[in-house]
Design a protein around this ligand. Structure first.
Ligand code: GDP
Length: 424
């Protein structure tokens, strides 16, 4: 497949990074098209264990070109720190295998500050931001009030632009929040320090992608966060501030004319959700704690315990539709091995009626799950590599989910390691 997107079907943390790391073998280019350092993809391979926040997950494959597209929220300081960390573990990062779009806008220190101040102001009504500045960043981007990476090559223009933005941003920081203002000197120092380190990687990735397409290169588009966190189609306002869905991949990656030949939607064999917002199938108490521990469900970025529950067919079918998924990768099947019976949320009850249609966000808080059970398989499956070697009950679970969500499950992942999967 030439153009393939790997996307999350649910609330995020489905194991996208693990699937990109696996599938990059067949691709020449991996491009991140949205989001910033506010989530983490965990990748385990021969170099060790990594929590990637900004770097594309193809960074470990020799010969693969990794791109941070124009839709990404680029935080120069955090990106540099992540690069240093990855390089210290023996992975080579050069302008040949890592390219940052000159059209990508920059997350600036004041975005992070504003994010913190706003979450503090909201108190118990907070959105559960990871405080990486993402919401203030995207709102500024769409107000045309931030810096583009390519501006770093035009120092006079950059200084003037920064001075104008500073004047505007300080009005909010000091006036609304009573915080200290930023100075031009501080901001120029910051951009000079990290800009100089990253300038070698910044280039015209739109031209690069056009050329790559003409040359018939195989391109993998990597999403950050799942469909239910998409700004337009997710559980607004508990969403991210950009489009996480596959339809945005061409726009955010610098190849707006691209057609996706394949969309691999990643679904976890049970549900998890980080942060605030409605989560209909949520478990509490002892059952939740056991599942959380079994799946090691703690945020890659924040270490926060994730909310957990059974797989949610209503939400997953909706996510599949919003993503236009052509294939599903079902991850973490091995985690369910301890269960005698496997719970599945098959429907919701909304206004006293059963429904299998994912409700409008404001109606979600009142929705109740209808849970059914399938037989468990009662044995460790983490070393299984062939479909026919899976216990019958595990195959029945996969087939049930496949039929219920209406999309072919092509990969079943049974462990975090690169080779711990079954292809059907
Ligand atoms: P992403 O943001 O979608 O890439 O997901 P995360 O990296 O936040 O979460 C996925 C977690 O599950 C990571 O710790 C992975 O190493 C781990 N993981 C992925 N697939 C499997 C699997 O099939 N089984 C187990 N046990 N762990 C997995």
């Amino acid at each position: 497949m030439k153009n393939c997107a790997i996307v999350g079907i649910n609330w995020g943390d489905e194991g996208k990074g693990r699937m990109v790391d696996l599938l990059t073998e067949d691709y020449d280019i991996v491009v991140r098209y949205q989001g910033g350092g506010n989530a983490g993809h965990t990748v385990i391979n021969e170099y060790g264990k990594f929590a990637l926040h900004l770097l594309p997950s193809g960074i470990f494959r020799p010969g693969v070109v990794n791109i941070l597209g124009n839709g990404v929220a680029v935080d120069l300081e955090n990106l540099w720190k992540e690069m240093e960390q990855v390089m210290s573990q023996g992975v080579a990062l050069t302008p040949d295998n890592l390219k940052i779009s000159n059209r990508a806008s920059l997350v600036l220190p004041w975005h992070i500050k504003q994010d913190e101040l706003e979450e503090a102001r909201l108190q118990d009504k907070k959105y559960g931001s990871t405080k990486q500045g993402i919401a203030p960043f995207y709102s500024d981007k769409f107000q045309k009030k931030t810096i583009q990476a390519g501006d770093l090559f035009y120092p006079e223009y950059l200084k003037q632009r920064l001075a104008d933005l500073l004047e505007w941003k300080n009005l909010t920081l000091t006036g609304v929040y009573g915080a200290d203002p930023y100075t031009l000197e501080h901001m120029m120092d910051y951009l000079t320090e990290f800009g100089e380190k990253l300038k070698p990687y910044i280039c015209d990735t739109v031209e690069f992608m056009r050329q790559a397409q003409d040359d018939g290169k195989r391109i993998l588009f990597e999403a950050q966060l799942g469909a239910l966190r998409d700004i337009d189609y997710g559980i607004y306002p508990y969403t991210t501030s950009s489009n996480a869905i596959a339809a945005y991949a061409p726009v955010g990656s610098g190849l707006p004319s691209a057609k996706l030949d394949q969309v691999v939607g990643v679904v976890k064999a049970y549900s998890t959700c980080v942060g605030e917002g409605p989560f209909v199938c949520e478990w509490f108490g002892e059952d939740a704690e056991v599942l959380r521990k079994a799946g090691f469900e703690y945020g890659a970025k924040t270490g926060r315990p994730r909310r957990v529950g059974p797989i949610d067919i209503v939400a997953t079918r909706y996510g599949v539709a919003m993503q236009g998924a052509t294939d599903i990768a079902l991850t973490k099947m091995d985690v369910l091995s301890y269960m005698d019976k496997i719970p599945v949320c098959t429907k919701y009850i909304v206004d006293g009626k059963e429904t299998d249609v994912f409700p409008f966000p404001a109606a979600l808080a009142e929705a109740k799950p209808v849970v059914e059970y399938l037989p468990g398989w009662g044995t460790d499956i983490s070393s299984v590599r062939k479909w026919e070697d899976l216990p019958e009950q595990a195959r029945a679970y996969v087939e049930y989910i496949e039929q219920a969500i209406g999309c072919h499950i092509t990969y079943v992942s049974v462990g975090p390691e690169r080779d711990a999967y079954i292809k059907r």
